[in-house]
Ligand binder design. Sequence first.
Ligand code: F6P
Length: 562
Amino acid sequence: MVEAAATTPDRLPAWQALLRHAEAYKHSHVAALLTAKGQEHRFARFSRRVAGLTLDLSKQRWDDDTLDQLLTLAREAGVPEAIESLLSGQRINQSENRPALHTALRLPAGATLEVEGEDVVGAVQESLSRMETLVKRLHAGQWRGATGKPIRRVVNLGVGGSDLGPQMVTHALADFRPDDIHRLKIHFASTMDGSQLVDYLSRLDPETTLFVLSSKSFTTVDTLSNAGTARDWLISRLTDKGVAPVSAELIIRQHFIGVSARPEKMTAWGIAPAHQLRFWEWVGGRYSLWGTIGLPIALVIGMANFRRLLAGAHAMDDHFARANLEDNAPVMLALAGIWNVNFLDIRAHSILPYDGRLEYFSAYLEQLEMESNGKSVTRHGEAAEYSTCPVLWGQLGPNAQHAFYQLLHQGTQPVACDFIAPLTRYDDVKDAETRRLLQSQHRLTLANCFAQSRLLMLGDEAIDDEAPRPAHKRYRGNQPSTTVLLDRLTPEILGSLIALYEHKVFVQATIWGINPFDQWGVELGKQIAGQTQQILEGDAEPDGMDASTRGLMEAFWAAGGG
Ligand code: F6P
């Protein structure tokens, strides 16, 4: 296996040079960069075009020298070798001793990728074909519930990567729903408190509802508790109502599909082998929408469009593999982040899509980035004495303008922003008047997107004022941003957008010397919650419990204990 740099990045010569270089930048304003001589070509210099995306990094607080030094850092940190290791299936997830091969899920049929003596592409294609068979049965109205009625509603029960990716993509691509399929409605329930599920159960018809139990590990209590409630609801409703004399076994068989890397656990839960879709331990949960965890996506947009999504991601993978560092969009995006976090001390990052279809994109990226790179120990077990993943959050840009942009413009925190917007929209609306109105709304939205990034960058310089403004109306600007323009929102381009961010996360992890593919930081909480539950249930004593938590428990018992 090709090793990334064995030292921490802060000991690399390029890191030290960048620290010196950054001194001047910490006190300079991006407006000065924009007006400096020779910067007329800044957009061309700092933008990249790839796979239907324009990545504009010209509003970052950097110049040619900065970029040269960051590229040197990437080389010193072993980024080219790491890319090769990732894509060729080396065991780069060291703490779990396995590869991270989500890119294999989107290799085209007919390609080969031999990993440790086995071709993984054939197995991937076979899993997609099995998924396609189930999708076609459901789309044709041929999948019947236990009482013989065709399934009309599907509820995905999953959390984290088994929920966020499928939900984000189904919402983004809902317009791509094929016309010629049996109408299915897809819902998502993730929270362990049951509030989403209860809402569906009160509205849905058990005879025509199918649950997809999505869990890579098939041990996640959030998902299993929702699944248990769904199972009991089905059994009690389909028996109590006297709809037909159906067995619990038949109900579970006809109303559950399981998606997991643990077939034996699905079988133990009662899922019929024919209704199990499998994937592999080498697909990380937050990278799993590209395979069978993507079942809800395929149910909404059809298998042909699902394959278009994969093709778009593969186009980005191909670019990531081949482009030199300076032309490589994920590398460039990653370097802008490294510069902001480690050298300009900007440790907050906001994701701002200007397209309602991307409503769930920031929630998706929150997991992708923070669960991957929210680490403080290097691959070699050393403490990282530098910042890693920034705090990342987001919201639809137009709505965020009326919520937290106040802080972006006039607060005390430096924040880096990613603006994301489609260039073309609504040109396929048939009615001319509606098209005219919606396209005008699209221009309004883009105008806001471009205006906000400009104002964040320039502050008061963005406008020629007649008279000076009082302090509370001033804007300091100097907040860097990236803009990602999508030619339009299609399955291919959404695929390449997601892959762009996946690879950005990988490049940053490589430079920070951390493993982005494990998530040990979520394990202990699960263990302690299990012990705490035993106490709340009265099955264990609160001995040795700290006074604060004991106080909360006593409040719970005083309230009647549930
Ligand atoms: O607890 C974190 C996590 O393991 C995520 O990494 C994962 O996406 C999520 O839980 C769900 O896990 P599973 O698919 O195994 O239920």
